[in-house]
Design a protein around this ligand. Structure first.
Ligand SMILES: C[S@@+](CC[C@H](N)C(=O)[O-])C[C@H]1O[C@@H](n2cnc3c(N)ncnc32)[C@H](O)[C@@H]1O
Length: 246
């Protein structure tokens, strides 16, 4: 069995619901935090500069099961989603090709119910591609050169060597292109050795790592909700930032 936590079956179901689930299937509670729904859509919509996003190619690194790629495809001709998890990429590709899939939603204990999730409407799925890959070892030539925009949502604090990924971004984003980053700054030794954690606050760290090649244009706090069971959720306030390649 894989030791990658993102390969576990329930995690795949949770991510499919998180990315493609209908609001009422995720949060039936009237008092629940509705503003935190739809994070994979909002990590694009609330950060992108639409004025400078018209055509060309976008890359979503750590795309998981792929929902943000559809949001990027509203602005770009081609979108490539890359994730380390083979099962996430297989699910993203199945939804792209088949239009949806059934998910076993965990209710409690041994109880599960089948829920259908659907590919977002209004985007030609032929303009999306998904492939398995490592964010810390992206080959620019293999990717077809730099992109108009790179999106990496909640990836940085899941990498063993985040500085290695961040230093590669200057090559991945075209001059005057956009970099959309989000992070909850939930550093965990199981993903990132403590020696590679930032010494200070996340925004200072990103400035240090990106400052020579990018200018910070926007920062925004983005609430995010991940359903665990019918009665338990993770609510997180994620830091979103938009950087302009100089
Ligand atoms: C916290 S999830 C965020 C997923 C998605 N961007 C979102 O916002 O829902 C982190 C993702 O990064 C992926 N990942 C972890 N290490 C990676 C690596 N070295 N290269 C590419 N993806 C990686 C995981 O498989 C997982 O899909």
């Amino acid at each position: 069995m894989s030791d990658n936590p993102y390969e576990a079956g329930q995690l795949l179901a949770d991510y499919l619901l998180f990315h493609y689930g209908r609001d009422q299937d995720l949060l039936p509670w009237p008092d629940g935090p509705r503003s935190a729904l739809g994070f994979p859509r909002r990590s694009v919509d609330e950060l992108i500069d639409p004025e400078s996003a018209g055509g060309g190619r976008a890359l979503d690194v750590g795309c998981a099961v792929g929902r943000s790629c559809y949001q990027l495809a509203r602005h770009f001709d081609e979108v490539l989603g890359i994730d380390y998890s083979a099962s996430f990429i297989a699910a993203a590709e199945a939804i792209r090709l088949e239009g949806g899939t059934a998910v076993e939603r965990l209710e409690e204990g041994r109880l599960r119910t089948a829920v259908e999730v659907l590919r977002p409407a209004g985007v030609d799925p032929d303009r999306l591609r998904f492939r398995q890959g490592d964010a810390m070892a992206l080959d620019l030539e293999d990717l077809g050169g730099p992109f108009e925009l790179v999106h990496a949502a909640n990836l940085v604090c899941r990498l063993p060597d985040p500085a290695r990924f961040l230093s590669s971004l200057a090559g991945l984003v075209k001059p005057r292109g956009q970099l959309l980053l989000t992070t909850p700054a939930t550093w965990l030794a199981e993903f990132t050795p403590v020696v590679n954690w930032p010494a200070g606050a996340i925004l200072d760290y990103l400035r240090d790592q990106l400052g020579a090649s990018f200018r910070l244009e926007r920062q925004v706090d983005l609430p995010m909700l991940i359903r665990e069971t019918r009665r338990k959720y993770q609510w997180t306030m994620v830091l979103g930032s938009r950087w302009r390649r100089v």
